[in-house]
Every structure is written in C-alpha cells, then in structure tokens.
Ligand binder design. Structure first.
Ligand SMILES: NC(=O)c1ccc[n+]([C@@H]2O[C@H](COP(=O)([O-])OP(=O)(O)OC[C@H]3O[C@@H](n4cnc5c(N)ncnc54)[C@H](O)[C@@H]3O)[C@@H](O)[C@H]2O)c1
Length: 466
C-alpha cells in the first residue's frame, strides 16, 4: 500500500532544494511543495517578482518557478510550519567538509543535518517520511533515526535516503531525464510503504524501471562512489594532459580515441585546469575519511590521489603561466575570464579560478576578473575566505569588470578558467590589438581553436597540448 502524499516540505533552498522541488511542483500539480530555509535573504530572492533575482542561476529554472510559484510551490522562512504541515520532509541542507575538530578537512560536517532532525523531532505531531536529499556519509540515516525516535513526540518516522545526482548548469534537464533515482530505506512493511510513496512522486515523469530501491547504506554509499568515479575520470585525463604537454600527443585526440571505446565512453574526458564545485572534493574526502576510519588505508590512499592530482593540475597551470611570462607576473595585468566552477552556473564553490588567482596574487600580479554570472561581492568573498591576505589587499590587487574586451587593454595575459560559451564569441582580433605584445592566452578549459588563436598572433597555450 502506498501513502498518497499531498504536502511536501524541503528544508534547504539551495542548489539542490530549489531546482528539485521546482521540478516536483511542476510535475505533480496535486502536491503542495514548500521550500523552507533559515536564510531570509535567500527566501526573499526565491520570492522576488523579478525572476532574474532568483538566488540560483540555472537554465530553465526561471520558467518553472514562474509557472508554479504561488500555485503549488512556496518559499518560506517558517521552517516549523513547513515541517508541521508536511507528510514528507526532504532534508536538503549543506553538508560541508568539517573545518574543526575530529575529521577536520575530511569528514562531513553534519551539524546542519542534525539541527534539522532535532527540529523535526520537536515539531512533528503526525507521522512523517523524512528523506535525506543531502549527500551524507554512510550510516547517517541511523543517526537521524535515533534522534527522531528518542526525542520525538511518539510519532512514527520513516527515514529514506534519496541522494541527488543533478549537475549544476544542467540541473533541470538532469531532473527531467534522470538516468536513475535512488531510494534507500528499510525492508520493513512501513519502510517499503515509504519507499513506494516517494517512488510514486518520481513516477509522475520517470519510468518505474529507472527508480532503484536499495537498502539505506547502499544508497548513501552509492552517491559518494558516483562522485568519486566521475572525479576520478577528470583526474585521470588531467594526469595524461600533463604527459601530452611533454610529448607530441594531443589530449583531445587521446580523449577521443579512448572515448570511442564503448567500455570507456566519451563523457568526463575533457582535460581542464581541474574540477571544482561543492561536491566532488568534499564527497571524495568523505569517502577517504570513512575508509580510513575502518582501517582501510590503501583504499583511502587510492581515492585521495584523485584530489592530489586535481590540486597538482591547478598549481601546474599557474606554474606554467609564471614560467611563460618570463618567470615573473609581479605588476603584470592578467585578465581572468570566468570565476564560476563551470559554465551555466553562478556557483563558485571550490572553483579552480579561486586557487589560480590566489596563487597569482601571491606573485603580486594585478588581476581583473570577468564572469557573466558571478557578482563582485562573491568574488571578493571567495578570496577573503582563503585568508591568504587582508580583504583590503585583495581589493587593491584585484578588480572585477563587466566589460571583458575592454578589460584586455594593455594586459599581458588572459587566462580562461570557466568554459562559458560567450568566450568563444568574443572579438579576439580586437582583444589582441589592445593587449601588450607578446599577447598570451592561457586556456584552462580548452575552449578556443589553437590555429585561429595562433593565426591572430597570440601566444596561445591550451592545457594538454605542447
Ligand atoms: N550542489 C550540487 O550540485 C549537489 C548535487 C547533488 C547533491 N548535493 C548535496 O545536496 C546538499 C545541499 O547542497 P546545496 O548545493 O543545495 O547547498 P546550499 O548551500 O546551496 O543550500 C543549503 C541551504 O540549506 C540552508 N540551511 C542550512 N541549515 C538549515 C536549517 N537548519 N534549516 C533550514 N535551512 C537550513 C542554508 O541556508 C542553505 O540555503 C549537500 O549535501 C550536497 O552535497 C549537491
């Protein structure tokens, strides 16, 4: 038997909570979906009548919010009311890497998740299905269940794990056409009923065979493993890009040649300045931490190497820039195209640009940044967070512009750090004319055509090519 769900609450109105709930609201018009968050500013942005002010830039999202908001999709800071009214509660709060105490730098910080669980326990007066949407270490569901069962008001809680596999920049498409949905839960009759209830929501738009039911632990672990495998592919191809630069091999040709093998496949084989984003690094570190805590040293070392290689790729890029620019960038104007961790998102968490620019600033370079979606405040906040130098110094050495072509005037070099499509269509002839000569372009995303750039006169470097 399946309990019919009519009211959903999602705690956390971020990059996952916002898009996933918007899609559920669109696909399930009979369900009322309320997304709650303690961040008043974020909720105000979600409710702004000017849809360009939504807190998250994601292609296709505005249209869905416009269609559903105020009908069956609501955004609110009234967390308690959201919990009280809902039959099913998604926890979609952030789970960053711990910055203190045991597991610092590796383990997931579960304080936000625990706060949610305690709040649900306090507020709930009727039975609830609680769904872990956040990415959590294996066995977190047990901790949530223990909190709910021991401090609750005698109501029954079913805990499900339903990790999210969307990728920022393509979130809406990923949600509409998910390769699979994973639902982990208990095998008890009530556990099965809860799994089927959640499944019935996704069945509004996805074929049943793509909805996989597993036990809770498999579901939690699968999410970490999926991200670890994806990041591993990036680090694998990036390691080969370094080798290509030392030989006459071309990384693009190598990627294509191996990607044609149906056992390997073509995706996630683009060499770059390194992966970023809020998830890959944190989830792998989490896997490493779990493996190490079970005494599996070799397993931990194996996965940690994916991160080490990613850091190497970023520092290798900076070293190459400095060496090429005659071993010094001090006082040189360098223009950065792209700050987001990838195109079509305004998310900058763990973006390679932050680390590349920080290293260039350490060498006293003068930096100008252009990104089509990231605000000036965010760029400064990302640098200030590293605490390498004072906020005043960051503002003195780095300026942010909304005119990419003009910014190139008298620049020594340009570095492309995000693969925004618009960079392909800039007037590179004009840019070349206004730059100091030799005019260097360092393409960390392999976005531009080498022959064209060489033809214009640039000294053009593309990662993975001699
Ligand atoms: N971003 C992605 O691409 C992605 C993809 C898959 C999975 N995930 C996972 O999803 C989870 C959420 O990620 P995100 O990118 O949406 O994070 P986010 O930081 O964008 O959003 C989290 C939101 O939760 C809110 N919050 C924190 N504690 C709260 C509380 N006690 N009550 C109410 N609101 C609270 C914060 O204010 C914030 O707005 C993480 O575990 C992440 O690993 C993220």
């Amino acid at each position: 038997m399946t309990r019919k769900i009519t009211k959903i609450c999602c705690i956390g109105a971020g990059y996952v909570g916002g898009p996933t709930m918007s899609v559920i609201a669109k696909k399930c018009p009979e369900i009322t979906v309320t997304v709650v968050d303690i961040n008043q500013e974020r909720i105000d942005q979600w409710n702004d009548s000017d849809l360009s002010k939504l807190p998250i830039y994601e292609p296709g999202l505005r249209e869905i919010v416009q269609e559903t908001r105020g009908k069956n999709l609501f955004f609110s800071t009234d967390v308690d009311k959201g919990i009280e009214e809902a039959e099913m509660i998604f926890i979609s709060v952030n789970t960053p890497t711990k910055t203190y105490g045991k597991g610092k730098g590796q383990a997931a910080d579960l304080k936000y998740v625990e706060l949610c669980a305690r709040n649900i326990a306090k507020i709930a007066k009727t039975d609830k299905i609680v769904v872990e949407k956040s990415t959590l270490p294996v066995r977190t569901a047990a901790a949530i269940k223990s909190i709910l069962d021991n401090s609750g008001n005698g109501v029954n809680f079913e805990i499900l794990s339903n990790p999210e596999f969307l990728a920022e920049g393509t979130a809406i498409n990923d949600l509409f056409h998910a390769d699979r949905v994973l639902i982990g839960g208990d095998d008890t009759p009530s556990g099965q009923e809860a799994k089927d209830s959640l499944s019935s929501i996704y069945e509004h738009w996805l074929p049943k065979e793509r909805i996989l039911q597993t036990n809770v632990w498999s579901s939690e672990l699968s999410k970490l493993v999926a991200n670890a495998f994806l990041a591993q592919r990036v680090s694998s191809i990036n390691s080969i890009s370094a080798l290509c630069e030392k030989t006459d091999a071309n990384i693009e040709e190598v990627s294509k040649a191996i990607g044609y093998d149906s056992r390997i496949g073509p995706k996630f084989l683009n060499a770059s300045v390194g992966f970023g984003g809020s998830c890959f690094q944190k989830d792998i570190l989490n896997l490493v931490y779990i493996a190490r805590s079970f005494g599996l040293q070799e397993v931990a070392d194996y996965w940690e190497q994916v991160i080490i290689l990613n850091d190497y790729q970023k520092s290798r890029f900076v070293d190459h820039m400095i060496t090429t620019l005659y071993n010094t960038v001090a006082g040189k104007k360098i223009v950065i195209y792209g700050w987001a961790f990838k195109k079509d998102t305004n998310d900058t968490r763990e973006s390679a640009a932050i680390y590349v620019v920080d290293a260039l600033l350490e060498e006293n370079a003068e930096i100008t940044v252009y990104d089509p979606q990231v605000s000036e405040n965010k760029i400064y906040a990302d640098l200030d967070y590293l605490d390498t130098r004072s906020p005043e110094e960051n503002r003195k050495l780095l300026t942010v512009t909304d005119e990419p072509v003009k910014a190139a005037m008298e620049a020594h070099a340009i570095a492309i750090l995000t693969e925004w499509d618009e960079f392909k269509n800039l007037d590179w002839q004009d840019i070349y004319k206004s730059m100091l000569k030799p005019a260097f372009v360092f393409d960390g995303r392999r976005l531009l055509n080498k022959e064209t750039m060489d033809g214009i006169g640039f000294k053009y470097y593309k990662i993975g090519q001699k």
